[in-house]
Write a protein that binds this ligand. Structure first.
Ligand code: G1P
Length: 292
């Protein structure tokens, strides 16, 4: 069984759908309840046993690096004031020394290009890829479920999370064609990035969690621009699937596309309702609002 030690987080996107909020602040730092979107996704990876967190950043994203670093002055002040709960919270969300790497995608050439930028840091081993736009809610988390399923597949296997969406939304995502079930997964027999309305091979979307073999990097290096004029990860995965076993995992939990306003707002509501410390009061506040 191959252990998956590293996870890649592409965080170079511009966040134009959230202007003006994202004019000076990265979209990954928008808050869902009381932590930034990116922290929810990093926490999911950590829960799954990931030991090294690779961020593909861009201009104006250095606050993400600061977020995953120690804040010495803040910690000193909290210690002085005996704020042990806050200190513990900060410590829990901090990757250990040497467990983070940052590289920059120098131009917005697409998700495939962003992933390729991580090739030297990932090296020649299978890795996880988590798109920070997607916040997943389930116990255990989506990546942990996938790693368990992946462990049961014959190596070297690629595995991507999928979930159903309404037919009229398939054109916004990568879509898989579904083959036979194998263990907790199914064989992926085809993929298409952002199919024209009415042409999708299924209503199962590629939902932003991947376990990929390192051979993807050579394919990405040669990948031409595809949908939207961008270098698409999905196009390179289509070629990888011709060479290696490629599976889909049906994620049964909830997921929120925090790249859209409705997804982001829904994530805030759902995650707040799942918090024992907030839910009772928040539920009353929501009921009040919905009355009118
Ligand atoms: C990317 C992927 C797509 C996937 C989606 C999930 O698209 O290319 O296959 O379905 O993320 O959010 P993007 O959202 O970057 O357009």
């Amino acid at each position: 069984m191959t252990r998956i030690r590293k996870a890649v987080f592409p965080v170079a996107g511009l966040g134009t759908r959230f202007l003006p909020a994202t004019k000076a602040m990265p979209k990954e730092m928008l808050t869902v309840v009381d932590r930034p979107v990116i922290q929810h996704v990093v926490d999911e990876a950590r829960e799954a046993g990931i030991e090294h967190f690779v961020f593909v950043t861009g201009r104006n994203k250095s606050v993400i690096e600061d977020h995953f670093d120690k804040q010495v002055e803040l910690e000193a002040t909290l210690t002085e004031r005996s704020k042990s709960a806050e200190l513990a919270e900060l410590a829990a969300s901090l990757p250990g020394p040497g467990q983070t790497s940052y590289t920059r995608q120098q131009a917005p050439l697409g998700l495939g290009h962003a992933v390729w930028c991580a090739r030297e840091i990932v090296g020649n081993e299978p890795f996880a890829l988590l798109l920070p736009d997607m916040v997943m809610q389930d116990t255990p988390g989506c990546l942990k479920q996938m790693l368990d399923a992946h462990a049961g597949l014959e190596a070297p296997a690629n595995l991507i999370a999928t979930e159903e969406v309404a037919e009229d939304r398939t054109h916004q995502y990568g879509i898989v064609a579904v083959g036979e079930d194998v263990g907790d997964a199914f064989r992926v027999t085809g993929m298409v990035e952002k199919p024209a309305p009415g042409t999708a091979p299924s209503n199962l979307i590629i939902s932003g969690r991947y376990i990929l073999q390192p051979e993807i990097f050579d394919l990405l290096a040669r990948q031409q621009a595809g949908a939207g004029g961008e270098i698409q990860l999905t196009d390179a995965m289509i070629q990888l699937a011709e060479r290696q076993p490629f599976y889909g995992y049906r994620f049964g939990g909830r997921s929120f596309d925090c790249g859209s306003k409705i997804g982001f707002l829904s994530a805030n509501v759902a995650l707040a309702l799942a918090r024992d410390d907030i839910a009772p009061e928040f539920r009353d506040a929501l009921k009040d609002l919905l009355k009118n």
